[in-house]
Design a protein around this ligand. Sequence first.
Ligand SMILES: [Fe+2]
Ligand SMILES: [Fe+2]
Length: 432
Amino acid sequence: MKKKKQTPAERRAALAKLVKAAKNERAKNKNILRELRDDPGMATEVKALMRADLKRVSEIPRALLGPSSSRRRYRELGYYSCSLVDFLFGIWAEFQRKSGLQPTLATRTVLRNISKTSRAQDLAHYADEHVTPWDGAYPKLKIGKKPFTILIASDFHSKFCNPFALRVMHDINKKYQPNAIRVNGDLPDFPQLSVHRQFPGHFPMTVQDEIDWSVDDVLRPLRKNNPKADIKYLLGNHDIRLITAIADKGPMFASLRSMSFAKQFQLDELQIGLVCRSNFLHLSAKQRAYDVAQNWETLFAPDGRMLWTTVHGWLGGKDSPRKHVQRFMTNGTNGHLHDRQVVSAGSYSTGVLDWYQTPCMAHPAAVAAGYLPGPIEFNAWSCGGLFVTIFPETGHVHGEFFMVGKDVATFRDQVWRITQRERDQIAEMLEI
Ligand SMILES: [Fe+2]
Ligand SMILES: [Fe+2]
């Protein structure tokens, strides 16, 4: 026979009765804590009684939310004081676990590991299909005896990219036809896929907008202006966000035209390879950070001497370029830090090494808004990129920055002036 449903008034009355009874019981039990201190042998017996009591409370129906064994619920309906629970069980979750109301710690660890592993497998599977096959693809750089040049630009951060800097970079590519181009990470920004910076309205681009911008405003013109260059796109921490997120939460990307990273960035059509050394098989955020640290490219002379390393970078702090050169012990460059620095290091066997930390292609004030406190000038972030000539026979490198200022940009003997349109775009960008 079906039980008759209680009216709300009846329910309230029943609960009030239970609460009153519990109050009486707690009064009777109020000396237990003191007695336990005198006779710790009682603990086992008292614990058993309390476990049964929590079970009893957890079975008392609740109208809307369903049964509960929370601390708040127990404080109302339990026969023992919460301080007694603290004394015997330490934390509330332990009281629940010991009462069989929560999975044990061991079970939870196993469950967590299962979900982590399956997540890591999804990610590795996705990367296997859509990312890592393009690692090192479309090699067009033949390193022989003749000097060769590389144009390096990093940290565009899509919406925050300085349009003036972008024009200068494309001009340099067109005019000087570098043998290689390295888009050294943080091409899109993908704030939606991050735990940082989510102010409403701060970032008006969708994930698809950012990808389209990366292709249409950066990658395609780079290829068009320099059809023979060896172009590589090194994945930085912001670029990797997309890969992790797609593999992780596919449905959230229902609006994307394609789920394939390689297709989205048109790597085949533009004949652009990736630098992506990670297998993406990682289980934790810490290991994910490791992916960026793994992501470098070293160019070698035909006889095996190391000539040049490009890495997006992961070692922070004021001494960042020095930390990077000490890891690689080659001439090279990192991005990621957004401020320009050149340091020299080396050893008896390597000789003097030059390491260039490139400025960013983003507008420093725009990309910093929202997460760097104080005036951005203080952090010395600057705008521009690097053009390097490498002499394989001797290992000599000659690096030249192109620097983009507020009104003027310079490289070698060339001077660019900002247009009114670019000025307006920047002003608009800073307003967001
Ligand atoms: Fe960056
Ligand atoms: Fe970065």
